[in-house]
Design a protein around this ligand. Structure first.
Ligand code: ADP
Length: 230
């Protein structure tokens, strides 16, 4: 599903943000990518979304070789990904229903399908009673659940969550990770990038720890367990 092979990324050909990284994410996995500020997390996200191209090495995502993908194929590639951002990125002028429906409308889904699919996904995310609210009328945790619903509504095989708990209260952060885990249990592969080591330790599972652009730990850790640098 994701394979990074000997990947390096430099900015301005000077700062080495990603330094010869290798890791693989198989179909159906839930992986935390964790690292401190400046470790290279955003750079990995940019590589996975094909916002940047690796200076060396190979980036494979969802069956696309992102080193070689043609420009005109990039929108098609991105439509098959669900992406959740730290700052939610909801459309402020659309209500909750229409924010989620928007993802379907851009794929030319029928109104009939939208009318059945959107309420189903809102219900899964516990948002049935918020459908008519606008983003500014709901809490941060609820806004992030709308963003999750939007990422999920097209049933993508892979969801990439970039610091999804970065702008919400700590107790609600756990709820967001639990929702992501629930989505994962239904078969969707999830990659969650975060700087919150404590949150990651509390949940455990497959953890890839990045520091200074390198993988310093990659393994499966029990909930509450520790992971250490190589
Ligand atoms: P993180 O998301 O983990 O905080 P980043 O991927 O943003 O880390 O940054 C990794 C390294 O690359 C850091 O040293 C950062 O200063 C550098 N960096 C990030 N973006 C740029 C850029 N646009 N130009 C130059 N250096 C950058």
């Amino acid at each position: 599903m994701i394979d990074l092979i000997d990947v390096s990324l430099k900015y301005d050909n000077q700062t080495t943000a990603i330094d010869d990284i290798n890791f693989k994410v198989d179909d159906g996995e839930f992986v935390f990518i964790v690292g401190s500020s400046g470790a290279g997390k955003s750079s990995i996200i940019k590589l996975l979304l094909r916002e940047r191209v690796a200076n060396s090495g190979t980036v494979l995502v969802n069956g696309y070789n992102l080193n070689r993908i043609k420009k005109r194929k990039i929108p098609e590639f991105r439509r098959k990904l669900g992406v959740v951002f730290q700052d939610f990125r909801l459309i402020p002028t659309l209500n909750v229903f229409d924010n989620v429906a928007f993802s379907l409308r851009v794929t030319d889904a029928s109104n009939r399908y939208i009318r059945s699919r959107v309420p189903y996904i809102l219900n899964l995310m516990g948002l049935s009673n918020k459908a008519k609210r606008f983003p500014h009328e709901i809490s941060g945790g609820e806004q992030q659940r709308v963003a999750l619903a939007r990422a999920l509504v097209n049933d993508p095989p892979l969801i990439i969550a970039d610091e999804p708990t970065g702008n919400i209260d700590p107790e609600l952060s756990y709820e967001i990770v639990e929702l992501l885990q629930g989505i994962n249990e239904c078969g969707t592969t999830i990659v969650m990038v975060t700087h919150e080591h404590e949150l990651v330790r509390d949940f455990g599972g497959r953890i890839v720890n990045i520091e200074h652009g390198r993988v310093v730990f990659d393994g499966i850790v029990p909930a509450g367990g520790h992971y250490e640098s190589k």
